[in-house]
Design a protein around this ligand. Structure first.
Ligand SMILES: *[C@@H]1O[C@H](CO)[C@@H](O)[C@H](O)[C@H]1NC(C)=O
Length: 307
């Protein structure tokens, strides 16, 4: 980002200011110049006094603050958020809420905060109100809601997270993915729903993820078939994990549409046969894991298209 280096800056400003001061171009450079001190200040972050956020802890990291709240409750977390909201210009690079009693994430809890990576882990989270997360959609790139009590994907709360790259819903109680569950997450590259209770994935579940999704982990669930219709649009997917499910049957066409798939994990399922041409729609497949099944018949044409 050359343009933000002061030297480059003054040189350009001079060039533009000298001959035509007052032109709109010069004015916009002048405005940028005036903004510069606050940009520089923003990179020097300071933690609030310990007693104002206790029992949470704060440390300063290279890219912003790292805030950790453990073994506490909603009231204390709310109090800490109120303190953080009262300081302007804070960049919260990590907000980690772990081992808390936080069954509900209430609306506007983070309103006005600049949070880049949010973790709410092992905190009995079951309800995520829509406006709890939608207010931080402009900055949030990673969201980890693992090891909680979510029974559904909190789609309304997620739909404004249009800078999110990674979503982790591992170790929850999600039993079904409904149509448009991830709508709005156009930038998402990694989605992981490992160790849930998934037995149903509706055809349009991954709608909106077609352009960017690269890794999808559906391992540790209760799937009995490859969710072919929902997967078929994920043309940029590189890695698909279906480890530890109950898939007893795969057929030609199951992986149709996954033109860019590089790695497929089907280990620890209940497969007995590998039928002809089942992987033939995967021209770029490099890695295939089939261990931990009960395979007794492999069709001579099982791997055709992969050679
Ligand atoms: C989860 O959090 C509770 C406190 O709410 C704690 O007692 C328990 O040890 C934590 N479990 C894990 C696996 O960290």
């Amino acid at each position: 980002m050359d343009v933000f280096r002061p030297t480059t800056y003054s040189r350009r400003v001079q060039t533009f200011l000298a001959p035509k001061f007052g032109s709109s171009l010069a004015t916009s450079f002048l405005c940028l110049l005036l903004l510069l001190p606050c940009c520089l200040l923003q990179s020097v972050q300071q933690c609030p006094p310990h007693n104002e956020i206790s029992p949470c802890q704060c440390s300063v990291k290279k890219n912003g603050l790292d805030i950790l709240c453990e073994f506490t409750d909603n009231q204390k977390i709310q109090h800490t958020m109120t303190t953080l909201k009262s300081k302007s210009g804070l960049i919260i690079f990590y907000l980690k809420l772990r081992h808390n009693n936080l069954p509900k994430l209430t609306g506007f809890i983070f309103f006005g905060l600049d949070i880049r990576h949010l973790t709410i882990h092992n905190s009995s989270l079951a309800v995520v109100e829509e406006s709890s997360l939608s207010s931080i959609g402009k900055a949030l790139t990673q969201l980890d809601l693992s090891q909680n009590s979510l029974a559904v994907v909190p789609s309304p709360a997620l739909k404004s997270l249009n800078h999110l790259l990674i979503l982790n819903l591992n170790h929850n109680k999600i039993s079904a993915l409904h149509s448009n569950a991830f709508q709005g997450l156009d930038t998402l590259e990694i989605l992981t729903i490992f160790e849930n209770k998934l037995s149903l994935i509706e055809p349009d579940s991954f709608k909106g993820l077609e352009k960017k999704l690269k890794r999808l982990n559906l391992g540790g669930n209760e799937l009995t078939r490859v969710p072919q219709t929902s997967l078929s649009k994920l043309e940029n997917l590189r890695k698909l994990e279906l480890l530890h499910n109950r898939i007893a049957l795969i057929e030609e066409g199951d992986f149709e549409g996954l033109h860019n798939l590089d790695s497929l994990v089907l280990a620890h399922n209940q497969l007995r046969t590998i039928p002809p041409r089942v992987f033939a729609h995967l021209p770029l497949l490099n890695s295939l894991e089939l261990d931990g099944n009960h395979i007794h018949t492999v069709d001579p044409a099982a791997f055709s298209g992969l050679e």
